[in-house]
Ligand binder design. Sequence first.
Ligand code: SIN
Ligand code: FE
Length: 292
Amino acid sequence: MRAVELTLERRDGVDPYAVLESGDILTIPKSFFEDTPGDRDFLLQVRPSRGQFHKNVAYRPGEDRVSGLGEMEPQTAARVRSVLRNYSRNVIEFVGELLPRYRAGWHLDYASLRPVEEAGRELPLTKRNDLLHTDAFPTRPTKGGLILRFFTNVHPAKPRVWVTSDPFAIAAERYASDAGLDRFARGSMYHVRQALAAAGILPKGRSRYDEFMLAFHDYLKKNDEYQQNCPKYRFAFSPGTSWMVFTDMVPHSVESGQLALEQTFIVAAQSLANPKQAPIAILEQLAGAPLG
Ligand code: SIN
Ligand code: FE
């Protein structure tokens, strides 16, 4: 896999859909962050609230609301919200113009501020960012939609270093069965979880696909053999650059870096230039059963 740069002056040589859907990373040499004096120093000191619910500070563009901030003065919270609002708007506008095919059926998910140094960060195993994984959201089912994420390294000096591996088609072919795909596609586990959802014990509205993707996220993080032996590709994103990737399609981990901004889009599988590359299509093919 590779990172393909989209230069802002000449876009003609690059097909962004082909890059993203084949599991590569699209980099953009621009930050989309409106830096008013002192903003970076200010953001470097922001900390997500304690407790396992908030790994980052989140911003919901639809509601213009911030969550995951610890105790702080209202003016401080308003400043964080204003930075995230501006970034989110700039990115949504840029990505919408670049990828109209996706915009037609996308759902805007959260933006986030990631102010904590990733190297040596202590988190419970399934929340660790330094272990390779494909993304899945415990509380926001996509029902087959893809997770497209746009990141910017806004740290004044340090790169943000990622390690990635071969895309979903390869990882799923090798590991989906061991991770229990058949049980999710056909079996009892899904019905048990449906019953728990109906009783209000588990969140409602999750498809078999969502259940499997969440299990696969944990499976990869817990699998030492995969973590050690899978092919690895390392990328150091310099300060001031942005990158975009389907994070449910590309196994990724963060080795180091501090201060990133990010915006997530949920892209309908049917919106892809090649819908066969969507994880749901790959899994349905492997399972021989619908998962939606
Ligand atoms: C992740 O999605 O695993 C984290 C990526 C990052 O914060 O750079
Ligand atoms: Fe991730």
